[in-house]
Ligand binder design. Structure first.
Ligand code: FES
Length: 118
């Protein structure tokens, strides 16, 4: 694992299609909101910044999935993103992608690997 890895959650906090975990990352000289969710057993993390208008996605703290549990949804205008890639598949920013962050799950914990930042 990278030296500067950042613990963001215990594995048990992230259920498939369930509540996400919010955290912050250094990004382009400032602290930026980010989140991690689990989809089909795999943890995915992104900057918490919609590609339509740069606002946070969650309509309630940590609620990133739509009612189907299959897509991430932006609370403002309803853009739907694939949880495995961050690609917007419906809504005003279709075809654009959330900024993906690299994570690693190890020994029951989930880490953000900061070397994925520019
Ligand atoms: S701000 Fe996210 S869909 Fe408009």
């Amino acid at each position: 694992m990278a030296d500067a890895q950042q613990l963001i959650a215990s594995s048990s906090e992230l259920a498939n299609g369930g509540k996400g975990v919010r955290f912050t990352v250094p990004w382009q000289g400032e602290q930026a909101a980010a989140f991690a969710v689990r989809h089909q057993g795999v943890v995915h993390a992104y900057l918490n910044r919609c590609r339509h208008v740069p606002t946070e996605l969650d309509w309630q703290d940590g609620r990133f999935f739509d009612s189907s549990g299959l897509y991430l949804i932006c609370s403002l205008h309803g853009a739907l993103y694939r949880p495995d890639s961050g690609l917007c598949v419906a809504g005003p920013c279709t075809g654009r992608s959330l900024q993906q962050l690299r994570t690693e799950e190890c020994d029951g914990h989930v880490y953000y690997l900061p070397d994925s930042a520019p």
